[in-house]
Every structure is written in structure tokens, then in C-alpha cells.
Ligand binder design. Structure first.
Ligand SMILES: Nc1ncnc2c1ncn2[C@@H]1O[C@H](COP(=O)(O)OP(=O)(O)OP(=O)(O)O)[C@@H](O)[C@H]1O
Ligand SMILES: [Mg+2]
Length: 488
């Protein structure tokens, strides 16, 4: 129970208040005592002198012994609050008014007496002959006179000081009230302190509960909807930082899960796509093996051709997969060079012209500037063009048109490839750039693929560029690739 922060803070506050109380009481007591001693001694400054005059203790320059013993008697009975001593000049007690059994000293120190007679600052404490250690305020006068002193009349003021706190408090109503007020204010301070601590620790408890829940949820779920506090103090900052941290953890964990799922999906897709051509290849080879004698030479050639086609597809798929994996693994390019994009476009188109002509497709090129320099990996940009043009050619029907256009604005170089294929349905537009995605209509799982656009997008990303598509089903598609311009 005492392990909670609240308990620790409360105990510390209580201890602090008790120490403060004791300190304050002692301080007040000693100040009060000092004050009482000062005023009493001041009031009774001339007491010894007046006694000498009033009681006629000195007559004709001599100490009147009878008057002295009468005075002793009188004060012992009537006014026990003072005690009168006759001292010789070295401080030895010659005679006194008190009960003989109570006097413990034979002499008192002369130092305070001298200080008193020299008018030093009050209060001055002199030895109390009734005790071995105690000191009390006093009044003193030399007798018979200051010039011809033979002895001192030493008057100890007994009843005017308070020896203990209880006595002080008991005897003074003011002190009683002050004491009560003090205890009252300490208690109010304690209550307010405890309430404040409760309030502060409540927020901390809330935070630690939240952290606990987050931990229990296996770092996957963060309780939101905190009351936003305006104070923005350390606890709030801690809370905000924790929220940000937790959100980051949640999103990173989700990302990891997603990546894990993607990876499993990828493995499933890869195995599926590999299995089909392998099965076909295997089928043809097996037939050739079993029926080699029953097959005509033409049939044999055909089987071998089919087997070769399958192995080519396999080969292409494996190398594309490998390329994509290595493109995804890097986050920057190392073969960067400055080259003329118009020239590259020209060469790639030239390569595709033959295939286009075979199908009477009109592949045209529109280039606004003959020299358009960019920085990049030339082989990868060539690959990107090939993938886009390959798709355009694949999807455009015979006798159709494909327009390749290269233009530039202030910041970018924009390449667009427009075809007359079937177009892409709206719900597929985002998916076509994913690995292994092949359009629903085009879903010919016997022909593995669906990596061309994923590779193209990754190449564009690595060059700080962008790939987009605009298409309406039935009206062809326009793929646009933009690259930041290099300024020399
Ligand atoms: N020019 C286009 N016209 C219509 N659909 C397209 C076009 N280009 C791509 N697509 C759609 O996007 C899908 C993904 O294209 P991608 O190039 O990634 O794969 P693929 O061409 O099917 O196979 P691969 O390029 O690996 O041989 C295609 O299957 C097709 O459905
Ligand atoms: Mg393709």
C-alpha cells in the first residue's frame, strides 16, 4: 500500500509538516522567552536599587544588617517571585532570603553582574543559586554605594519566566490561540496537499493504466479518447509522447503484418505461376519420353517447341521476379548518369516498330525537343519504356494506333503512351501496378506475368518520378511517366 506514489508523497508531506511544526514551535518558544526576559528585566532594571532605597538597607554609608534580614523575611513570605542575595565582591553568597535548603551554590559568576552594571544590552542571564546550571534574569546594585562598594545586592527574578512550552501555553491565552491556529493551518495545509497529490497522481495513474492496457493488448491497441487537458504540463507531455509512440508502434506492427501477408501472398502467387509452366513443360517432355516411337517427326517438333515456349516463359518470369526483388531491395540507384531521353526513346521505339508492323499497328512518336537530358539509370529507364510499350502493343488490336509522346514543362519531363486497347476498368486502375496483378479479362493464368507494371513503378520511384494511368473502358489507355528535369 505504501508503494504507491500517492502514499509516498502523502507520507513525505506529513513528515514535512511535523518537522515544520516542531521547528516553528521551538522557534516561537525561544523568541517568546527572549522577549519576556527582555521586557521583565527592563521593567525590573532598578529593582535592586529601589529595594535598597525603600527598605533603607544602607544607613550612614553602612549596610544595615537588621533591615536586610527583615527584608529577607518579608520577601520570603510575601513575594516569593523574587529572591534577594547579598554577595561579596568576588561573587560569594553572604546571606539570602530563600529557604536555606533550596540554595545549591556558594557563589555566582560575576561576569553577568559586571555586564549589567556596565549597561550592556538586555536580557542578561545570571546564575540562579537555587540550581547548579540554571540561569535567570536579575537586577543588581552595589552596596552601600557604587563608589565604595563592599557587596552586591543580587535580586533573581524567579516567577517572570516560563521554563517549558506547556507552561507558556497554559499560562497565556494568546499562546493557546496562536497554537491552535497554527495546528489548524497545518491541518488545512495537509488536507489541501493530500487533495492536490490525489489530483496529480490520478492523472499519472490514468496514464499508467493506459500503458498497462496497451501492454496487455500485445501492443496492438491503444485506448484513445483522452480528455485533452489544457495545462500542457509534464504529465500531459508524457501522455502525448506516449500516444505518439504507441500509435507509431501500432502502425509499424500493422505494416509488418501487412508485409508478412504480402510476402505469403507473393510466395503463393509465385508458386502458382511457376507451377503452371513447369507442369506444361513436364507434360510435353513426359509425352515425348513415353511415346517417342508413336509420334511423327512433326508432332515431335511441335512438342519440343511447346516445351521450349514454357521454359522461356519460366525463364522470363524468374528473371523478372529476380529483377523486381533486387529493385525493391535497394533504396537508391548507383548507376546514375546524365543521358538524352529523346535518343533513348527513339531507340526503344525502333525496336518495337518491327513487331508493330507485323500487326499493322501504327506506332508514332512525337518528340518536342531533340535533346532532353535526364539523370538516371539508362538501362532501367529503357526497361520502363519497354514494359509500357510492350503492354500497349499487347492490348492494341491489329491496325490500331499507339502514340508515344515526349514533352516537357518547367519542372518535369513527361512521357505518355496512348493505345487503343480495351482500357482498364476503374476498379482495377490502382491494382494493375501490384505484383502479379493481371486484369480480370486478361486473366490467363496459363501465361504467368503481372510483373511488368510493378517493375515500371519501382523504377519510376527510384528515379523520383511518377507513373499514372488514365483510361476509360473501351477507349484505350494513356500511361504517363514523369521525371524531374535536370538543370545543368
Ligand atoms: N495498355 C494497357 N491496356 C489495358 N490494360 C492494361 C494495359 N497495361 C496493363 N494493363 C492491365 O494491367 C495488368 C498488369 O500489367 P503488367 O504489365 O503488370 O502485367 P502483364 O502485362 O499482364 O504481364 P507481364 O508484363 O508480366 O508480362 C495487365 O494484366 C492488364 O490487365
Ligand atoms: Mg506487361
Amino acid at each position: 500500500m505504501f508503494r504507491t506514489l500517492y502514499a509516498k508523497l502523502s507520507l513525505s508531506l506529513i513528515a514535512l509538516l511535523i518537522i515544520m511544526g516542531i521547528f516553528y514551535t521551538l522557534l516561537s518558544f525561544s523568541t517568546a522567552r527572549y522577549y519576556f526576559q527582555e521586557t521583565s528585566q527592563n521593567l525590573n532594571l532598578d529593582l535592586a536599587q529601589n529595594l535598597v532605597a525603600d527598605q533603607k538597607l544602607v544607613q550612614d554609608g553602612q549596610i544595615n544588617k537588621t533591615a536586610l534580614s527583615n527584608t529577607f523575611m518579608k520577601y520570603m513570605v510575601i513575594n516569593p517571585s523574587i529572591e534577594i542575595y547579598l554577595l561579596d565582591l568576588t561573587g560569594n553568597i553572604l546571606s539570602y532570603s530563600a529557604d536555606p535548603g533550596q540554595v545549591k551554590r556558594n557563589s555566582v559568576s560575576l561576569k553577568p553582574i559586571k555586564a549589567f552594571l556596565n549597561g550592556k544590552k538586555l536580557p542578561l542571564l545570571g546564575d540562579d543559586p537555587r540550581s547548579h546550571e540554571r540561569q535567570k534574569i536579575f537586577s543588581v546594585t552595589p552596596v552601600p554605594s557604587a563608589t565604595e562598594a563592599e557587596a552586591y545586592l543580587y535580586v533573581v527574578l524567579q516567577g517572570t519566566q516560563y521554563d517549558t512550552v506547556e507552561q507558556l501555553i497554559k499560562e497565556s491565552l494568546l499562546w493557546k490561540q496562536t497554537g491552535l491556529a497554527f495546528i489548524g493551518s497545518l491541518s488545512i495545509g495537509l488536507i489541501i496537499g493530500l487533495l492536490l497529490f490525489k489530483k496529480l497522481t490520478k492523472r499519472l495513474n490514468h496514464l499508467s493504466e493506459k500503458i498497462g492496457q496497451f501492454h496487455d493488448s500485445d501492443f496492438s491497441f491503444l485506448v484513445t479518447g483522452d480528455k485533452t487537458s489544457k495545462s500542457n504540463d509534464e504529465i500531459d507531455q508524457l501522455n502525448q509522447t506516449f500516444n505518439q509512440m504507441a500509435q507509431r508502434i501500432v502502425s509499424q506492427l500493422n505494416e509488418l503484418k501487412q508485409q508478412h501477408n504480402l510476402r505469403s501472398e507473393l510466395v503463393a502467387n509465385v508458386s502458382h505461376d511457376l507451377r503452371t509452366p513447369v507442369a506444361i513443360l513436364h507434360g510435353y517432355l513426359e509425352t515425348l519420353d513415353l511415346k517417342v516411337n508413336q509420334l511423327s517427326a512433326i508432332e515431335q517438333r511441335d512438342y519440343i517447341k511447346q516445351a521450349l515456349l514454357s521454359s522461356e516463359r519460366l525463364n522470363r518470369l524468374i528473371s523478372e521476379l529476380f529483377d523486381l526483388a533486387s529493385l525493391e531491395a535497394r533504396d537508391s540507384l548507383n548507376n546514375m548518369e546524365s543521358f538524352n531521353l529523346s535518343e533513348l526513346a527513339h531507340d526503344v521505339i525502333q525496336k518495337f516498330q518491327l513487331k508493330a508492323k507485323e500487326r499493322q499497328i501504327n506506332l508514332t512518336m512525337k518528340i518536342t525537343e531533340a535533346a532532353l537530358f535526364v539523370r538516371g539509370d539508362i538501362a532501367l529507364i529503357e526497361r520502363l519504356f519497354e514494359n509500357l510499350l510492350g503492354n500497349a502493343l499487347k492490348f492494341t488490336p491489329n491496325q490500331g494506333h499507339i502514340d508515344f509522346c515526349l514533352k516537357t514543362n518547367e519542372k518535369k519531363i513527361i512521357v505518355s503512351i496512348k493505345d487503343e486497347g480495351p482500357g482498364i476498368p476503374k476498379d482495377e486502375i490502382e491494382k494493375i501496378f501490384e505484383r502479379f496483378y493481371q486484369g480480370k479479362k486478361n486473366n490467363n493464368r496459363a501465361k504467368p506475368g503481372g510483373l511488368g507494371l510493378a517493375i515500371a513503378r519501382r523504377i519510376a520511384d527510384l528515379h523520383g518520378g511518377n507513373i499514372n494511368v488514365e483510361s476509360r473502358p473501351g477507349q484505350g489507355a494513356v500511361f504517363t511517366f514523369s521525371l524531374p528535369k535536370v538543370t545543368h
